[in-house]
Design a protein around this ligand. Structure first.
Ligand code: MSP
Length: 507
């Protein structure tokens, strides 16, 4: 079995500081990457920044700095944000990296030399903020369908990629690889709205701005965004050189992208790869947006805070958990501070925090922190023990289907059962009579084991909290593959974990 796993986020535009929407994709990618690592995969998790283009050139001009100076500040902040969010990326690619630039130039030359790129003239409706060309029929009320702003008619000499040539092969590819685009609704949208109506050749160079990668054989042109951006997924592995990294990780297992860029990843990107004659990624998943006050998160609306404010106030895992749990992955969902508080209180504080604190406290109070498996089982234990035993397989299944919120629901369902088990077994009543101690010890032991298994899974989602729980259980063997083989017969030296989750006051 192939145990390599290559997962990517989009490379983000550093045109403004990152917001919770950027965190959303990145946190989810991180949880999947961590989960796969824990399951024994050799993971390559890549994120980065898409730094060229007119918008950034203009922003830098406004500020009186060079484009590189402009983006450097934003990228330092982004890297700091990823660190604070415990994002475990293996590689951060910047499209201004020398390696990337050289490799994109080689790719462009190759496509030109083989006739997949040709020189022509571009007439199009261009949206500056989105850096996108649109056809008349794609406009909504004559405006950009993405941002609703004015578009301008532009004519200029440009290079084109023969996208139209790949229409049939794309349709066949979709047919043969039904899981290539997920969720399936996004696939139908691509087929019906874009591919079947007919693909037009794609403008891949510009002469009207300078902030981009120059075309080596025609220096007044810079390579226009998509060839520069999409190829990040392979230039990082050394392509066009066929390096050991490329051989190991390509094709990517999963590109996570927001719904507005599914089109680029499922039409342009596969066509480019077909032209380069290299395999296509296994899956592109188009997720929904986090929305604030019913609309897109946007700098110009000023409707968002620096995500580090939420981390500082509520803790990193409250933010991570919200992103992973609140919205069915694929759909749009609302982000608000009050929803974040409600979710944290309901799940992290009431279900998880409470359970861990009371169980460990009982272990300390009744058994001085040393609890062994005294094996005085009763029927009432079955529901909990079954739930624990089946958890790994259930969560694996949900992760494979990218139902991330449901994966967490499974874990929290087991945690909820633990709380019910405490209410049903009433350990404090058992503790009244010394002769019940073997049974009491079994009850607490079962709870500790359930917590161990849940925390082992939770490492992928809320790693800081999982580590605090392991510290409380005095466990450092948190191997995931052997989650059930390494049954701990003893829990020795229990210690109440410091500040797991405290109830946040709702305003
Ligand atoms: N640079 C391109 C992507 C090139 S990938 C080869 C781009 N950048 S972006 O910064 O505008 O957005 C990138 C991604 O950020 C979106 O696809 C999406 O994954 C994420 N999001 C930005 N705002 C978002 C929300 N409000 N909600 C959820 N995700 C959002 O497009």
């Amino acid at each position: 079995m192939n145990k390599n796993f290559y997962i990517t986020t989009p490379i983000y535009y550093p045109s403004a500081e990152f917001h919770i929407g950027h965190c959303y994709t990145t946190i989810i990618a991180d949880a999947i990457a961590r989960y796969k690592r824990l399951a024994g995969y050799d993971v390559f998790f890549q994120t980065g920044t898409d730094e060229h283009g007119l918008k950034i050139e203009n922003k830098a001009k406004e500020k009186g700095v060079t484009p590189k100076e402009y983006v450097d500040v934003i990228i330092d902040n982004a890297k700091d944000l990823w660190q604070k969010l415990n994002i475990s990326y293996d590689y951060f690619i910047r499209t201004t990296d020398e390696h990337h630039i050289e490799r994109v130039q080689k790719i462009f030359e190759k496509l030109y030399n083989q006739g997949d790129i040709y020189k022509g003239e571009y007439k199009g409706l261009y949206c500056v903020p989105c850096e996108s060309f649109w056809t008349e029929s794609q406009l909504v009320d004559g405006k950009c369908p993405d941002c609703g702003r004015e578009v301008n008619l532009v004519t200029e000499e440009a290079y084109f990629f023969k996208l139209s040539k790949y229409q049939k092969r794309l349709e066949e590819f979709y047919e043969e690889n039904p899981n290539f685009i997920a969720p399936v609704s996004r696939k139908n949208e691509m087929l019906n709205n874009f591919i079947r109506p007919g693909l037009e050749d794609l403008c891949v160079s510009r002469t009207s701005f300078k902030w981009g990668i120059p075309v080596t054989f025609d220096e007044k042109h810079v390579i226009y965004v998509w060839i520069d951006a999409l190829t990040n997924y392979i230039t990082s592995l050394g392509y066009p050189d066929i390096t050991p990294e490329f051989e190991k990780y390509w094709p990517a297992d999963l590109h996570l992208v927001g719904k507005e860029i599914v089109r680029f990843h499922t039409i342009i990107w596969p066509a480019l790869l077909m032209a380069l004659d290299i395999p296509l990624p296994k899956q592109v998943f188009g997720h929904g947006w986090l929305i604030i006050d019913g609309g897109k998160i946007s700098k110009s609306l000023g409707n968002y805070k620096d995500p580090r404010d939420y981390i500082n106030t509520y803790g990193v895992d409250a933010v991570r958990y919200f992103a992973l749990r609140e919205v069915p992955f694929g759909s749009d969902g609302t982000f608000s501070e009050s929803a974040l508080i409600t979710r944290t209180n309901a799940d992290l504080c009431n279900i998880l925090g409470n359970l861990v604190s009371r169980t460990i406290q009982m272990g300390i109070k009744y058994f001085e922190g040393n609890v062994k498996n005294s094996k005085v089982y009763e029927d009432i234990d079955n529901d909990l023990l079954d739930s624990v035993k089946n958890l790994r397989a259930k969560v694996d299944g949900k992760i494979d289907e990218l139902k991330i919120n449901e994966a967490l629901e499974e874990i929290f369902d087991t945690l909820r059962k633990c709380n019910k088990y405490i209410d049903d077994t009433t350990p404090w009543t058992l503790a009244k009579d010394e002769s019940n101690y073997p049974r009491l010890e079994t009850v607490i032991y079962n709870l500790l084991e359930a917590i161990r298994v849940c925390a082992t899974m939770l490492q992928a989602f809320i790693p800081e909290t999982a580590n605090k729980i392991f510290a409380g259980l005095k466990i450092d063997n948190n191997n995931f593959e052997n989650i059930y083989d390494n049954i701990e017969e003893y829990h020795l030296g229990l210690e109440k974990p410091a500040n797991l989750f405290e109830r946040i006051k709702e305003n």
